[in-house]
Write a protein that binds this ligand. Structure first.
Ligand code: GLN
Length: 284
């Protein structure tokens, strides 16, 4: 039996030695114990319950070995919603919350007259974007696709958990939506956009699905696919919202000018000041 203080301090020291942020230790304890941080600190000089200590030590062992905390817990938080995750889907990122916020505030002003907004999240993965938009904007008629059946199963669980109504399709990118003859007001897509040869941190490449990360030689494969088919899926006045890589501004701008010369677009930075979001305003 150990005091909370000792448990936390010991693991913080080990985390630092491994180059893992020390905040991870308290963050994990908060989630595992389902207690508020201040409440844990108030009881720092007391012994941790035995079961909790056991599970905490096991979990911290995995985290110290490089496994993402979200995998150890089986979930992560996105836009205030709990999202179940496993190795079949990308763990939702903070940057993608910003993408959602920007989509939501554009929808308000873009479609004031619409009673329902036809929207799809293409390559939905865990379903984090689809669930969030669906919950935050009641007018959304939400669809979501993914080529991975395992991802769609996870996304369905997240829709159920968060009571979001979403129609799911298994299939490559836009294919299932085009087949159904669906036309959209808003197309959202956080495609795999890392160039195939790019070096990545092992905490990402060892644990997260490569199919959700790598977008061909230049990382732009899936943007091309969407731009090529934009006219088959978008309504006349509509917009597309993508996440993108911090170093893709020039290449993506050129691609749009070539493939969608009539569409206006803007690229927004994330909170770290990196190019991260692409909005394309379609004029079909
Ligand atoms: N932002 C993710 C990362 O850097 C990649 C996400 C993606 O390819 N869509 O790990």
């Amino acid at each position: 039996m150990s005091l909370f203080r000792k448990l936390v301090l010991d693991f913080e020291k080990k985390a630092l030695e491994k180059g893992i942020p020390e905040e991870t230790v308290m963050a994990y304890l908060v989630e595992l114990s389902q207690r508020e941080r201040y409440d844990l600190y108030l009881h720092f000089e007391e012994e941790a319950p035995q079961e909790l200590e056991k599970e905490f030590c096991l979990g911290m062992g995995r985290i110290l070995n490089g496994e993402p905390m979200a995998h150890v817990l089986g979930y992560s938080w996105f836009y205030g919603y709990k999202m179940l995750v496993n190795g079949e889907v990308l763990i939702p990122r903070y940057e993608t919350e910003e993408l959602c916020a920007n989509i939501l505030n554009r929808m308000d002003t873009f479609f004031p007259h619409l009673e329902k907004i036809d929207i799809a999240d293409v390559g939905t993965g865990s379903g984090a974007i689809a669930v969030t938009l669906c919950k935050e904007e009641k007018k959304c008629q939400m669809r979501a696709s993914d080529i991975s059946l395992e991802a769609i199963e996870m996304a369905k669980k997240n829709a159920r958990l968060n009571e979001a109504t979403i129609e799911f399709f298994v299939g490559n990118m836009l294919d299932p939506l085009i087949e159904k003859g669906i036309y959209l007001d808003v197309l959202v897509c956080n495609p795999p956009y890392i160039p195939q040869e790019e070096e990545m941190e092992s905490s990402v490449v060892d644990y997260e699905p490569h199919i959700a990360l790598f977008g061909g030689k230049d990382g732009l494969k899936y943007y091309r696919e969407v731009f090529e088919n934009a006219n088959r899926i978008l309504k006349k006045k509509s917009f597309m919202a993508f996440e993108m890589g911090w170093n893709q501004r020039e290449a993506i701008s050129q691609l749009i000018q070539e493939m969608l010369p009539n569409d206006r677009f803007e690229i927004l930075k994330d909170m770290n000041g990196k190019d991260r979001m692409l909005f394309v305003y379609h004029n079909g």
